[in-house]
Write a new protein. Structure first.
Ligand SMILES: [Zn+2]
Length: 223
């Protein structure tokens, strides 16, 4: 096993073609690298190729550094035991922060929505990450989401207002409606974000100002 010595690129030979030839005779080829990069969100085939050739020509240390960071983050990351946001500790920094208003709970689909809402600096409560949205066509019902965990959280009465901030699309709306119907009879104030978010899109793609305004202008779901 292993490459013939002649195929291994020598130091000082910057040509990407020699590096890709060398990789082709190992288990992982440059094509594999392009394929893997192309799987990343937002990276098309051309970008994948560009990144791959950049990496193949880079100094080994410059490639190892981001690779190490990637592996370390992936190893350490877990989900907050309270809100299911990504966290490096048992509880995320938002749940640990005593300055956050415990009476306000924003329910989102994914942890990336937490990032989007945090960017607006408009919301000072805490979050609950459902892990998706109700979508019968994909076989996702309420029991596939962290709704049971939400109910457990609400049991102590500390939360008085719940804000379902799901994506402004069919699945997100279905999820928000389900939550409103379930939570309103419990005496909780359920508020919805003000309109203005781009319909059909993802919450995470809304710009900060629009999302911030939607939070500031939220109103009772019964209105
Ligand atoms: Zn948390």
């Amino acid at each position: 096993m292993g490459c013939p010595a002649s195929a291994v690129p020598r130091a000082g030979r910057p040509a990407a073609s020699s590096a890709s030839r060398a990789l082709r005779c190992t288990k992982a080829s440059s094509e594999d690298l392009i394929d893997e990069l192309g799987r990343l969100p937002g990276v098309g085939p051309k970008s994948a190729q560009r990144i791959a050739f950049h990496l193949l020509q880079a100094e080994p240390a410059d490639v190892r550094r981001p690779a190490d960071v990637l592996i370390e983050v992936k190893d350490k990351v877990r989900f907050c035991s309270i809100c299911f946001n990504v966290s490096q500790d048992e509880q995320c920094r938002i749940c640990r922060d005593p300055r956050r208003d415990r009476a306000l709970l924003c329910v989102v689909e994914e942890y990336k929505d937490v990032v989007a809402i945090e960017r607006t600096r408009e919301f000072r409560g805490r979050y609950h990450v459902l892990g998706g949205a109700i979508s019968p066509i994909d076989g996702i019902g309420p029991e596939q989401l962290r709704i049971r965990e939400l109910m457990i959280r609400l049991a102590d009465g500390a939360v008085t207002e719940v804000i379902p901030a799901t994506d402004p699309n069919l699945e997100g709306e279905a999820t928000a409606t389900y939550l409103t119907r379930m939570l309103s009879p419990m005496g909780l104030r359920v508020t919805r974000l003000a309109s203005g978010l781009p319909v059909g899109g993802d919450l995470e793609y809304a710009d900060e100002v629009t999302l911030g305004r939607a939070f500031a202008g939220r109103r009772s779901a019964d209105d």
